[in-house]
Design a protein. Structure first.
Length: 350
């Protein structure tokens, strides 16, 4: 064969080698996406390392997009189909069709609007002046705090919390188990979830609408589940199960705080499925307000401090399906590694 013939063959092979190279790189980029996707798709009690990995599922859309772009450059059909399917799965989980949505109330149903906020204060180190400012500026009427301490309570009082939220139910503690509820409405302590290392207090909130005269009773749970680390993963699952059973009781429920779980954990989705009692729906899911909102899945609540880790959503507002919600927001608070979450709720009166 002549030198010119060899040159022609090499010229023809070069695009094939380039196509193969791009396709191989695309598959390498897709490999972690495929692994996480398998764990996300199968709802079983995975071991600790998988549970922690699943927290970062939303970030898998980045390598999934990269893998598809590389596959398109490589132009091998089966690689394009594979990476496109993986990207499709990530988008499905980012915009989950199985998420609970608030039920529309019958026309003429009297309701009570309520603006709420929750914050894990990180051992009471959150800036008290900022908390009071956020409450005042956002018209917050009901506030829950996790990891509440006596020091934070004293600073909140000095910053003027009693002027905006005069009613309080508080159990401060320096070991992260403390909690507090502040409100413009009357509060009635209504028990404590059993056998949870962090306090999960239940409080009855008597909300009212001065304009219409409508009133409603709200069962508030100040949630702080144990994080899934070390041997505590079993306790984490136990905490989430107890929260679900609390939500299955009759009445209007708001369970907000630090779940140490994301929507990508099957344990959290099971909670939304299990807590179904006491509503007219007869089987409608509980509503994770952040997931139900347009941008909640893209607004991490932790970590707000420390190493630049990818943020995840572990703070949630969960409501009975009959409670409407809007204006969900995530707000930074200096001194805490968690963000505050806020929303406007519409509670059926009665």
């Amino acid at each position: 064969m002549t030198h010119s013939g060899i040159a022609v063959m090499e010229t023809r092979r070069a695009p094939q080698r380039a196509s193969l190279a791009w396709s191989v790189v695309a598959l390498l980029a897709a490999l972690p996406v495929a692994g996480v996707s398998m764990f996300r798709a199968i709802p079983v009690e995975w071991p600790l390392i998988v549970v922690q990995l699943l927290s970062f599922t939303p970030w898998m859309v980045v390598p999934a997009v990269l893998a598809l772009v590389l596959a398109l450059i490589g132009r091998r059909r089966w690689v394009i189909i594979t990476t496109a399917a993986l990207l499709g799965a990530q988008l499905f989980w980012l915009f989950p069709l199985d998420a609970g949505k608030p039920e529309p109330l019958p026309a003429g149903t009297p309701t009570v609007p309520l603006r709420v906020m929750s914050l894990n204060s990180e051992f009471g180190e959150a800036d008290a002046a900022t908390i009071v400012e956020l409450v005042r500026d956002n018209g917050i009427q009901l506030l829950t705090i996790q990891e509440h301490t006596q020091g934070l309570e004293d600073r909140l009082t000095s910053a003027g919390m009693e002027d905006v939220l005069p009613n309080r139910v508080s159990e401060p503690n320096d070991d992260a188990s403390g909690g507090a509820v502040y409100s413009v409405f009357p509060l009635e302590p209504d028990g404590l979830l059993p056998d949870t290392p962090f306090r999960i207090d239940v409080t009855r909130v008597l909300v009212s609408n001065p304009e219409s005269g409508s009133r409603a009773s709200l069962n508030l749970s100040n949630v702080h589940a144990l994080p899934p680390v070390d041997e505590r993963i079993d306790q984490w699952r136990s905490d989430l199960g107890k929260i679900a059973r609390q939500a299955s009781e009759s009445g209007n429920h708001l369970l907000m705080g630090d779940y140490n779980a994301t929507y990508d954990h099957s344990e959290f989705r099971d909670l939304l499925d299990i807590g179904l009692g006491g509503t007219s729906s007869g089987g409608t899911k509980l509503v994770d307000v952040g997931t139900a909102s347009s941008g909640g899945r893209f607004s991490p609540t932790w970590p707000m401090e420390g190493p630049p880790l990818p943020g995840i959503v572990i703070d949630h507002m969960v409501t009975s399906p009959g409670i409407g919600s809007s204006d969900y927001a995530v707000l930074r608070v200096p001194g805490s590694d968690h963000a505050a979450i806020t929303a406007r709720l519409i509670i059926p009166a009665g």
